[in-house]
Design a protein around this ligand. Structure first.
Ligand SMILES: Cc1ncc(COP(=O)(O)O)c(C=O)c1O
Length: 395
């Protein structure tokens, strides 16, 4: 593996802080590194591999489609794209029934921002502190973290206002007759697994309706069953005007999607937006297969049940360990905040050594995003390892 690390440093942009491991294959929740060591994957490619690795149904569908047609231009009609859009219309909340396909989360946010500006003719976007919406200039304009923003600030959308997450009175002051949209994640992922309150989301929805602004729900990380509902906003019964999806939608094949109420999406006219690869037949077949398999295997309900089991076990750990500040999240999107970044780092490295892939976000929040096919025994194994590792870092 050392040689790969060296070549990475020589040939790749050093934009990621990486764990010292190279995986060569996977199966379900398991991964094997180049040396043949087995790991349990509690990151799932950051909420991407919902069906786990090397899923046989996904593999079959992709190989069949690759033998027929991988790519087709959006200058003609694409059957698989129409089928996927119709399928999404069945599961997305409320009146979200029209879709634009792209290739990533950031792109789905770009389309959402452009659409809200075009539809309303307004100039201002309201976003949340601790938000993350992606790295392209538009999405980054609505992303909070100062260290991500500062070098590029002068090229941003000129009118984005950040308000504290879960603070309705700030929203009441910020959203006005010049606001095109309010954008937020119902559970902030990169920001540290922060869950929106019922009062905030409901209030925000009412505020947007009253003042003619659109509500954009970024479900790139929370969507596709991860939180125990198809889409997290269903937990609060709040219907957005625009929704953004990516990550788990393609089960590992890149696809992004922006969905909207038809009358909103109809503000996009030919030439207003586009993406060469957006919704190509291979990516659409991947997403159709992911939706079908999630449904067939009851993985949304399973995420809810497993999530409850996992949360209870993490709460018990909190009771035993003074370094655990808080446990939060929904379904299989859970975070455990420790009282120090150094401790979080040591737990992640210790877990890796013991054969568990976990992630830390917002400095000191251990984040757990296993494939939706995770079993109780896998959760038990991780929790008992965490128990030992926390004892070590506390000692
Ligand atoms: C909520 C949210 N939106 C957008 C993005 C950006 O997605 P991508 O990395 O596919 O551009 C992410 C990625 O982590 C995300 O969590």
């Amino acid at each position: 593996m050392e040689e790969i690390f060296r070549l990475d440093r020589e040939y790749l942009a050093q934009t990621y802080r990486k764990l010292p491991v190279v995986f060569s294959r996977g199966k379900g929740i398991f991964l094997w590194d180049l040396g043949g060591k087995r790991y349990l994957d509690f990151v799932a490619g950051v909420a991407v591999s919902a069906l786990g690795h090397a899923d046989p149904e996904l593999r079959k569908a992709l190989s069949r489609q690759a033998g027929r047609l991988i790519h087709m231009t959006n200058l003609v009609y694409i059957k698989e794209q129409v089928e996927l859009a119709r399928e999404l219309a069945r599961i997305t909340p409320g009146r979200i029934n029209k879709f634009f396909f792209s290739n990533s989360g950031a792109e789905s946010v770009e389309a959402a921002l452009k659409l809200s500006i075009k539809h309303t003719g307004r100039k201002k976007i309201v976003a949340m502190e601790h938000s993350f919406h992606g790295r392209t200039l538009g999405a980054l304009s609505a992303t909070w973290k100062p260290s991500y923003r500062e070098p590029f600030q002068s090229f941003f959308l000129s009118n984005v206002q950040f308000i504290p997450f879960n603070d309705l009175s700030s929203a009441e002051r910020a959203v006005d007759e010049d606001t095109a949209a309010v954008i937020l994640e119902p559970i902030q992922g990169e920001g540290g697994v922060r869950v929106a309150s019922q009062e905030f989301l409901k209030g925000l929805k009412e505020l947007c309706e009253e003042r003619g602004a659109l509500l954009i729900m970024d479900e790139v990380q929370t969507g596709m069953g991860r939180t125990g509902k198809w889409f997290a906003c269903e937990h609060w019964g709040v219907e957005p005007d625009i929704i953004t999806l990516a990550k788990a939608l393609g089960g590992g094949v890149p696809i992004g999607c922006t969905g909207a109420r038809p009358e909103v999406m109809e503000s996009f006219q030919p030439g207003d937006h586009g993406a060469t690869f957006g919704g190509n037949p291979l990516a659409c077949v991947a997403a159709l297969t992911v939706i079908r398999e999630i449904r067939k295997r009851g993985l949304v309900k399973k995420a809810e049940r497993r999530g409850r089991y996992f949360m209870k076990a993490l709460e018990e750990l909190k009771g035993d360990h003074p370094s655990v500040r808080e446990v939060r999240g929904k379904g299989l999107m859970l975070g455990m905040e420790l009282d120090g970044e150094d401790k979080a780092e040591r737990v992640v490295m210790g877990a890796l050594e013991e054969g568990f892939l976990i992630n830390v976000t917002a400095g000191k929040v251990l984040r757990f995003l296993p494939p939706l096919v995770v079993e109780e025994a896998h959760i038990d194994a991780l929790v008992s390892t965490l128990d030992g590792l926390l004892r070590k870092v506390e000692g």
